[in-house]
Structures are given as C-alpha cells and as structure tokens.
Design a protein. Structure first.
Length: 299
C-alpha cells in the first residue's frame, strides 16, 4: 500500500539509512554523546525533553508509509511495521490506528499555512516567563538582571500567538499579552511567523513516525534546531560559555535594543520562510496519509 508502492532493495535502503545517520551525526553528534554521559544543554535539550523524544526516534531511519523494504527482517517487531518474509513496510493497521492523529495534524497545519506570518514579537515570551518572579526556567543568569528584564517587558508589547508558550507566562505577564490564549483556540491562533509553530513541524513528524519518512523528519529537526537557537539567543538569559552543537559560542540577539529587534525580525523571517516550505511538504504527506487511511485495509 501507499506512496506509489515504492520498493527499495537492501543496498538502496541501507545506503539511505547510513546517509540519515551521518546527517544527524553532523548536526548533533557531540551533543548526543554528551547527553548519554549525563550532560545537559540549555538550548538543544528542549528538542528532546519538551517534545518527549528519545534520540533513537530521530536517529533511526524510516522510509515512510507506502515503501517496501526488501531483505529487512530487522524491522520485524518494530512499532508500526508488518514484515512478510523479509519484506518490511509500515502497516495499514498502524495507519488506521493513527487516522485521528493524522487528521488533527492536517487540520492545524492547514490552518497555520492559511495565515500570513506575524513578525515582530521579538521572542519576548521567554522574558514574559520570568517577569516579576524570582524563579527562572533555566540555570543561567539574566543578562539584564531581574529589574532590567522586567523593564523590557513593561516597555514592550507582548504579541504571543502560541498557547504552549503563553501557558508558561507568569501571572503578572499574562494580562499584558495582546490576546488571552487557550488550548481550545490553538487552531484559530497558530500562525507561520511563530518560531514555536515552526519547531512544532518536528513534533508532528515525530508523532506520525514511522508513517512519515525520516528524511522529512530530519529536515524539520534541522530547522527546529535553528529556530530554537534563535529562541534562546533572543531570550533574557546570559549564555556566555555555552556552545552550539558545532562547538560555536551562542551570540545574543539583544532584543532590548532597536538593532537587536531588527536582527531578530530578519532571522525570524528566514525561519518563517523555510518553515512555510517545510509545512507545505508535511501537509502533502499528511493529506496522502489522510486519504490512504480512508481505504487502508480494504481488500
């Protein structure tokens, strides 16, 4: 069943799996090794802890629904797969069992894509999460101190549209947002300029794996990593001494200044542009899966 009934022989699919593994190694190999040794990272950890992902979900290669892998007995017993003889494929039963998840994912993706990006929030959600509180969400010091951080919030407009950021606002900052967000209104408010809406493309591919192929998952993870780095570089935290996955120091985007805000919008615009192209690809896959789920299991 599935996408063109594609069949890959062992030489082909193992080469693809190796290429995927090499790509993830190039992106975050040192981070994953440090994580296995108990290390923590204030930026990259979010893509695994917040999204409740295990590294194996990212590093293991899947072809996606509709592709048959020949001589692939090692997929026997793997979640979502059916193996006949030594030929493995994601099963129709797995697709049927996840049809509601596919439909829900498609609904929020299409709604997000239908709206123009809203830029200029300046990543102030992280500032709003520590406004007028003695608690921080990360162990690093605040670049401007507590009073300076509070002043930036008070001098700014909070324009957050993403509920899963808004729900962590402090009680004092929540009324300052341009709208009161609720979980029920997520589909109505999500928009493609939001860094977290772009990061969520990675979440959707994770949740739909192995129905979604690992090439698309890796593309979404790559962009989520870029978005997360901007998210934290524009945050109130001092990340001096913290290095990215390639060993480079993080350089703050000082959104408390006019130049910093211009820089943020420029980088946010690029993330939104790349995210829109990726969102269209995830929508295409979700539509294919949604249509296939209507007939999966038919004789």
């Amino acid at each position: 069943m599935g996408e063109g009934g594609r069949v890959l022989d062992r030489t082909d699919w193992t080469a693809r799996a190796r290429a995927h593994s090499a790509r993830i190694e190039a992106l975050i190999g040192p981070y994953l090794r440090a994580r296995r040794a108990g290390g923590k990272h204030p930026v990259i950890d979010f893509l695994f802890t917040y999204y409740s992902a295990r590294p194996a979900q990212l590093t293991r290669w899947h072809p996606g629904y509709g592709t048959v892998l020949l001589d692939a007995a090692e997929y026997d017993g793997m979640r979502g797969y059916r193996v006949d003889g030594a030929a493995a494929t994601v099963s129709d039963e797995h697709l049927t069992d996840h049809s509601h998840l596919v439909a829900g994912t498609l609904r929020i993706l299409e709604a997000t894509a239908s709206r123009p990006p809203r830029l200029g929030c300046f990543g102030l959600h992280e500032w709003a999460m520590v406004y007028r509180t003695g608690e921080k969400r990360h162990p690093h010091p605040l670049r401007l101190g507590a009073a300076g951080t509070d002043a930036v919030v008070e001098e700014s407009r909070l324009l957050c549209t993403h509920f899963d950021a808004f729900r962590f606002f402090t009680d004092a900052s929540r009324p300052r947002n341009s709208m009161a967000l609720t979980r029920a209104d997520t589909v109505a408010n999500e928009q493609p300029g939001c860094l977290h809406a772009t990061m969520d493309l990675y979440r959707y591919c994770l949740r739909l794996s192995p129905l979604v192929g690992s090439d698309l998952l890796a593309d979404c993870f790559d962009l989520a990593l870029t978005a997360r780095e901007l998210d934290m570089r524009a945050s109130p935290y001092d990340l001096s001494g913290v290095r990215d996955a390639a060993g480079r120091p993080y350089v703050a985007v000082p959104v408390e200044t006019a130049d910093g805000r211009a820089q943020y919008v420029s980088e946010q615009t690029d993330v939104a542009r790349r995210g829109s192209a990726l969102r269209d690809r995830v929508i295409d896959v979700a539509r294919t899966l949604d249509e296939a789920s209507q007939t999966a299991g038919d004789p």
